[in-house]
Structures are given as structure tokens and as C-alpha cells.
Design a binder for this molecule. Sequence first.
Ligand code: NAD
Length: 492
Amino acid sequence: RSGEASSGCGAQLIYRHPDDQFTPDPQKKTLVILGTGWGSVSLLKKLDTANYNVVVISPRNYFLFTPLLPSCTTGNIEHRSIMEPVRQILRHKRAAVKFYEAEATKIDYERKVIKISDNSDIKGTINETEVPYDFLVVGVGAENATFGIPGVREHSCFLKEIKDAQAIRTKIMDCVETAAFKDQDSAEIDRLLHMVVVGGGPTGVEFAGELRDFFDEDIKKLIPEISPRFKVTLIEALPTVLPMFSKQLIDYTESTFKEEHIEIKTKTMVKKVTDKTVEAQVTNPDGSKSTLTIPYGLLVWATGNALRPLIKDLMSQIPAQKDSRRGLAVNEYLVVQGARDIWAVGDCAVAGYAPTAQVAAQEGNFLARLFNNMAKTEELESRVAELSSNLNLKPGNVAEITAEIETLEKQLRRIKDVKPFNYSHQGSLAYIGSEKAVADIAWLNGNVASGGKLTYLFWRSAYLSMCFSTRNRVLVALDWIKAKLYGRDVSR
Ligand code: NAD
């Protein structure tokens, strides 16, 4: 099904079977989608790719099921189980889609082109080029917020990408094995086995829970002599952890953490990080401030999102974006305000909702409907125009043609009536360790709050059903069984 031929300019081209070949159709608009996260992949899943020349650009050639990323840090789930190759996703689309594994380095809004750069280790002859677009969907997500706090980038681990989870997994075992080293200094053992998590949002809480499970279920059995000295501390600047959950569930999480010996330090803001210590400012009950120095072996930084440079640069090109601080301000149709032909989804967009996977997925679905509708509208309008011009040419068929025009116009009115994007919150879920989870589920017009072991079963089944593919689902379920039967793999 494939062969090679020489193009006029001397370069070798691979000629695939016509069904597999992406050939831009000059009749169609080019729709470029940046990113392969929740927003972009949800859009791709539902988009009828036959209507556009679709080009996907992302430095990551896979979709990552981020809700289970904390479980990868301890080996409860293997990372490949929650990755789905983009090319596998695109293979099932009605019309071929072009994918470039590359980093978009600049969106040139005036010229309607995107500068892209090859991010792989192996460099070809061309490492940078431009991709033109008619329509652009920006779904590049966000980067880790550090608030410019000194030492964070150099000394802490983040928890956003697969490589972060792998780095944490390696570092945990590095700390453990070094602590178990012959004649190790006692204070050094305590430092190495002190795991500090900064940020009491769902990422920090879930990671702290997973970490405690790992020690209680596996390290305790394998290296019992060091396990009593293992300690997890969660630092949060606000007065509580999980501020997006109801008060009842916050209290439940805090009491569960107490039982699990995870220390929560609220009203504590980290101000500086060194290679071995965290320096924080504590607000005492009387309102006074004091400084705390905490030695650590592993530091995980989970303080939320910050803008990517690509987004900052695009915002600087659009005057209407100058007052937006947290990302690209979009209207109710997810169109980037003040820009033409650019839409934004997910964590890089500010649509008035929290930056969650659930919001991004619904935004992606909405845009797929919008783009499918736009194409259908164009098709129907050109058919109406064609029929209208026939009216004068074929007088015998006037009644028939008029009836068809009316039907088409009715369809057009229905299609054009696209309701604005409206987020429907299904609820929030978080794992808190010891096979317990908390859930705030939207129910009728209110919320149902639940926490405990049954909620954990719900958490598991909900995440399993949300996995991208059956393959992912099977792999995740097998990983859970494997970890239960044989323990987590502690090799690094
Ligand atoms: P977050 O923004 O929810 O929480 C970060 C926390 O870090 C904040 O509470 C903040 O007060 C604290 N913080 C910031 N700077 C600090 C400092 N210097 N010292 C101490 N504390 C500091 O971040 P997240 O948990 O990464 O979540 C990001 C987004 O993704 C959120 O919208 C969240 O709801 C969503 N998310 C949801 C789930 C889930 O529902 N299970 C899981 C992961 C992420």
C-alpha cells in the first residue's frame, strides 16, 4: 500500500494508498488544532474531519488520562495504561488528519500562521517551519505555577506530565534506598523520608494519599526498618485543603489524613525552596506571622496553573485581551475575544469555569458540534443558492424546487440556532488514600456529598468508564489487580 517517488524538488515522498493519504483539499478550509489534551481530543473525537483539512499539532503524540496520573507516581498504575497514541485516535476518523509532533512557538495572528518547532531529540534537516490556518483551535493547556518562588523550578517535582510522574517514582525510591544505606545518619534518614507536598488542591491531596498507601502497603513490608520514620506533609496557603469541595468533605478529608498520619499545614505559604529545605511563612491563630524551615527528601509542587508563553504572546497581539490575566478570554461560543477565526478550549481559555478536565472535555464537544454545523450550513446554503438559480431555468419544476428550498431553509434555521456553550457540572471526585475517596456529585438541583470506601468504588468505576479507550480500561483494571496481588513494583 505504499511506495516511494521523487518529487520535482528532489525530495523523496512516500506515496501511500489514496485512502491513507492526507491531501489538502483547496475547496476546504484548514482547521488547525493545537494540543492533544482533554479539550482538543474531545473536539477531534466528535469532529467530522471530512469537512475540513484538519491539522493537529502537539509536542505530545498521545492523549493522557490525567485524573489517574497521581497513581502512576507509586506504580499503582503503569504510565502506558493511561496514554492513548494520537495516531491511533486519528486512524478512526472519516477523513485523514495530519499530525505534527511539534511545539507551536508562535501564533502569528495577523498572517494566520503558526510557527512550529520539532521537539524531538533526533533532528531532521528542517526543525522549524510554519503552518497556515483558516480556523484555529487553541487547546495547549497551562504550565505549572511557581509564582516566581526561588528554588521551585530547580528542586521540586511537578505532577502534570508522564515524565513528572516517572521522575517522582524514581525520586521516592531514591530517597528510600538512600535512607536504608548502611550507617546512614539518623537526621538524614528523617530528611530523606520526609515527603512534602505543596498545594492542597485535588492534585496535592490525591498524591499525598497515594504516597501514604505506597508506604503502608508495600515499603513497610519490604523495608520495615525505615518505615516508621516515613512522613508526609501537605502544605497549603489557604485555611483549608480542597476548597472546591463542601465543608463536610473537607472535614472528612482532614480527619482521614490525620488517621493516615499525613500532616496538613494550612495557612502556610512556601516562600523559598532550597535543595534540602522548604521555607514557609505561617499565619498563627492570633494573626501573627512566623517562619518555618522544613527539611525534605522529595518535594512535589502542586499549586495550580500558569499561562504558557505561547498564550501570553498571542494575548499581547490582541488588544481586547490586555485585561485578561488567567488566559485567553473567550465568548460564549469559545471564540477568542477580539480575534477572528480563533477558538480556545481547556486550561488556556478563560470561559468563567474552573480549569478542569471536565470543563475542557465539554468545551471540545461543543466546538465539534459548532464546526460540524458550520460545514453543514455552508453545504446547505450553497445548495439553496444553486436551486434558486435553477428556478428561472426550469419553469416546469418551480413547485418542486420551491418545496425543496423551503425544506432546506427550515433545516438551515435549525442548524444555525446553536445555543451558546453551557457547562454542566457533573461533580468533583478525589482519592484521599486508604481506599477512601470524596465525591460532590451534582444531583437534581443540588449536590450530594459522600466520602469513604463506597465512594472509592464509585471513584474507581467512574474513572475506569472515563478512560479513553477499551484498551486503556483493560490495562488500568489489570494494573489495579496486579498491584493488589503482587504489590507495587519498587524497582527504579
Ligand atoms: P489548585 O489550583 O486546585 O490548588 C493549588 C493550591 O495551592 C491552592 O489551594 C493554593 O492556595 C495553594 N498554593 C499556591 N501557592 C502556594 C504556596 N506558595 N504555598 C502553599 N500553598 C500554595 O491546583 P491543582 O490541584 O493542581 O488543580 C488544578 C485544577 O485542576 C483545579 O481547577 C482542580 O479543580 C483541577 N483538578 C481536579 C481534580 C479532581 O477533580 N479530582 C484533580 C486534579 C486537578
